[in-house]
Design a protein around this ligand. Structure first.
Ligand SMILES: Cc1ncc(COP(=O)(O)O)c(C=O)c1O
Length: 403
């Protein structure tokens, strides 16, 4: 790449290669247990998707194999509104939905239409790495607010907002994963959700609610979506079929006030014209035939079992060495090692000597860069791999802390 740097746009200097992807390359083809990835377990994929794909092409091929509107297949957008309402997400008459190429594209488009260089974006700390990269690429300055077991600490946010000087730039936007957060696994309490909405109204900022995981929580979480608590058109809600059907289809969606959604639609036109029409038809039929709901139930029970194996293994091997979150959903837990240790610096040794991989937590903390942290995934590895992987990580940590 260096040989071409004189041709590269200034923006490319803000690009970061995904650490997760780089690390996964290191573990390929080796006898290494990886707790690093973030993939769904293929056991949740539904084989009936093959019939749906065949039917859609055979019976509706003229449309399903054709170009389609930028905002998405019209019929599918209506199905999405009903799907949202069936999950308790409020759809206001002034709202609109557009289909995106995964929710990653929704984040990219939202940043594209809302963030100018130097704009302040409130994020949880830790937060989803690929969202940080998107906002950074658009020149955002992060206002990072710590997360505990009840999500973003909104009292800290309030203090921060109050203490901002008269001439200081105000945040325009807050980005959160309020339920089963990636990477921390925490879920924001109802009280903090309400508080955040109040702050958004008082200090006039928008909120992006990124929600890939709420449909299959392992225990009931009695909280409302930020989108449902919002009465002043400040929340842009995005979700995805990646974890509840298939990530390979690349179908996500954004719901929000029509005026905001139409900016996003305009931006999308320039990026990819539209999301794959065939994928949209497949997802639409999968919703109608109950396959999405069946996948959600499979995901809920399989990932709950795996979460339990991970929690039990951490209890058994890491007690006294670290603290960690107990996620009610999602794919991950965040481990905070007790002591001075740099999990990123140890990564290579972990792979080569201890035959285990994790994601160092540092880059999920865009401001404080906590080095003693790692994100562990329980959705993809087998239960045996989870138990053995945690045992190996505990060995590494013990050796390094001299315990
Ligand atoms: C919090 C969060 N947001 C967005 C995404 C992007 O998902 P996709 O683009 O597959 O819909 C992910 C994927 O892991 C995620 O964890």
């Amino acid at each position: 790449m260096d040989g071409y740097s004189r041709f590269a746009s200034k923006r490319t200097s803000l690009f970061r290669a995904s650490e997760i992807r780089e690390l996964l390359k290191l573990t390929e083809g080796k006898d290494v247990i990886s707790l690093a990835g973030g993939l769904p377990d293929p056991k949740v994929f539904d084989p009936r998707l093959a019939d749906i794909a065949r039917e859609v092409i055979a019976e509706r091929g003229e449309r399903a194999l054709q170009y389609s509107p930028t905002a998405g297949v019209t019929e599918f957008r209506e199905v999405l509104k009903d799907f949202a309402a069936s999950k308790g997400i409020r759809v206001d008459p002034g709202d609109d939905v557009i289909v995106t190429t995964g929710s990653q594209e929704a984040l990219f488009l939202a940043a594209r239409v809302l963030v100018d260089p130097g704009d302040k974006v409130i994020v949880e700390e830790p937060t989803y790495l690929a969202a940080v990269n998107v906002f950074r690429e658009h020149g955002a300055v992060f206002e990072a607010i710590p997360v505990d077991s009840e999500g973003m600490q909104t009292d800290v946010l309030e203090e921060r907002l109050k203490s901002m000087g008269r001439d200081e730039k105000r945040p325009k936007l807050a980005y959160l994963v309020p339920t089963s957060q990636n990477p921390s696994g925490s879920t924001m309490s109802q009280e903090r959700r309400r508080h955040l909405i109040e702050l958004a109204e008082q200090y006039d900022f928008l909120i992006i609610e990124d929600d890939p995981y709420s449909f299959f929580t392992f225990e009931p979480v009695n909280v409302d979506y930020l989108k449902s608590l919002d009465k002043s058109g400040r929340v842009i809600y995005t979700s995805t079929f990646s974890k509840i059907l298939s990530p390979g289809l690349r179908v996500g969606w954004v719901l929000g006030p029509r005026d905001l959604i139409s900016y996003i639609e305009l931006a999308k036109q320039a990026v990819d014209l539209h999301t794959a029409t065939l994928s949209q038809y497949i997802v639409m039929e999968a919703i109608r035939k109950g396959i999405v709901d069946a996948t959600i139930e499979r995901a809920r029970s399989l990932y709950k079992e795996k979460r339990d194996v991970m929690m039990n293994s951490l209890d058994e091997h890491m007690t006294g060495l670290a603290e960690w979150t107990r996620p009610v959903g999602g794919f991950f837990t965040m481990v905070y090692v007790n002591g001075e240790i740099d999990m990123k610096a140890l990564m290579l040794e972990a792979i080569e000597k201890y035959r285990v991989a994790y994601v160092p937590g540092e880059s999920f903390f865009p401001v404080s860069k906590k080095k003693n942290t790692m994100r562990l995934n329980f959705s993809y590895p087998s239960k045996e791999q989870i138990a053995e992987g945690v045992r190996r990580i505990a060995r590494l940590v013990k050796d390094k802390l001299g315990k």
